[in-house]
Design a binder for this molecule. Structure first.
Ligand code: PBG
Length: 325
């Protein structure tokens, strides 16, 4: 009986072979490290649901930014949790507000490190929703995108290298692009959280960003996890409106969406390995049930293989160190 002529094991025989035929290569160049900023000085407040992640005051965020850059990670994604929260999201609109301060301080200390600023209302509003709330609890789209554009302009003027709207209101990319262009920030790119799902995996983040909604949930603006064709509509609309990069979020449970988006657009595609994806692996590793480093490399490789050019992950700096060790 003739043996099959294909023996895929031939090129798996040694590490040298496996390295040579590897189809997907992780690189620190593709990683973005999230940072959570809070008021104060010398503050490093551990996020209990995300072991290894802390809320940082601006001075400590600058220290972390230096370490992130030294490890070879090219960008951070900045979230601010100001103390004063109100219906207008005033702190996010204030040129002296927490996010604006953090952007300026990090750019001052690390001019080469890219600072992406998350643009949303949830961290700065008293109700914790990503847009303005009308009487009766409806989230109002069109007044929200005006405010989001003002927030984006504030962050661009503070020195952000990109603004990253994560609110999922309709038409916000066009509104932001128009205002940035009209107000002298035409060179600032927009990283759109284009296909962002209403996911349970954001749970731990809401502790870190102090952004849990005070009532209801985000399902009237974030996407239904059951939908993939709709993700393409969202992404194509955002590209049409002027998004320079698009994002799929979460990452691991949405690999099919990442692949479809990668095949549908020509702009860079980012994927966000979110807080819950992080905490699951951390918790299992703490119990000795899984090898953390192997799980991180495998999940990030899968996200990259699915089509993500760039990956936002809380392990960005660790991975950069592992890859360069
Ligand atoms: C804010 C925002 C969220 C995340 C990023 N930006 C939370 C949410 O939409 O509730 C989640 C990130 C993570 O879980 O790591 N709109």
């Amino acid at each position: 009986m003739a043996f099959p002529s294909h023996r895929p094991r031939r090129t798996r025989q040694s590490d040298a072979w496996r390295r040579m035929v590897r189809e997907t290569r992780l690189s620190a160049d593709a990683l973005i490290h999230p940072l959570f900023v809070v008021p104060g000085r010398g503050v490093r407040h551990p996020v209990s649901s995300m072991p290894g992640v802390s809320q940082l005051s601006v001075d400590e965020a600058v220290n972390d930014a230096r370490a992130i850059m030294a490890a070879g990670v090219p960008a951070v994604l900045l979230f601010a949790a100001p103390q004063v929260k109100d219906a207008q999201a005033s702190n996010a609109l204030d040129p002296g507000g927490l996010a604006a301060q953090a952007i300026a301080a990090i750019k001052d200390a690390c001019p080469q490190l890219l600072v992406w600023a998350d643009v949303c209302l949830c961290g700065a509003t008293d109700h914790g929703h990503c847009g303005h709330v009308l009487p009766g609890g409806v989230i109002d789209n069109d007044s929200s995108i005006e405010t989001l554009a003002q927030v984006a302009l504030n962050y661009a003027r503070a020195g952000a290298d990109a603004v990253a709207p994560s609110d999922m209101m309709d038409g916000r990319i066009a509104a932001i692009r128009e205002l940035l262009d009209a107000q002298g920030s035409a060179a600032t790119p927009i990283v759109s959280y284009a296909a962002k799902y209403a996911s349970c995996f954001y749970g731990p983040f809401r502790e870190a960003a102090e952004s849990a909604p005070a009532f209801g949930d985000r399902r009237s603006y974030q996407m239904d996890p059951a939908n993939a064709r709709e993700a393409l509509r969202e992404v194509l609309a955002d590209v049409e409106e002027g998004a320079d990069l698009v994002m799929v979020k979460p990452a691991g449970p949405y690999l099919d969406v990442i692949r479809r988006v990668r095949d549908a657009v020509s702009v860079p595609v980012a994927a966000y390995q979110v807080s819950g994806e992080y905490s699951l692996i951390k918790a299992a590793a703490e119990r000795g049930w899984i090898d953390e480093r192997a799980a991180v490399i495998e999940t990030l490789t899968a996200i990259h293989r699915a089509g993500a050019d760039l990956i936002i992950t809380y392990w960005a700096t660790d991975v950069a160190r592992w890859l360069n060790a």
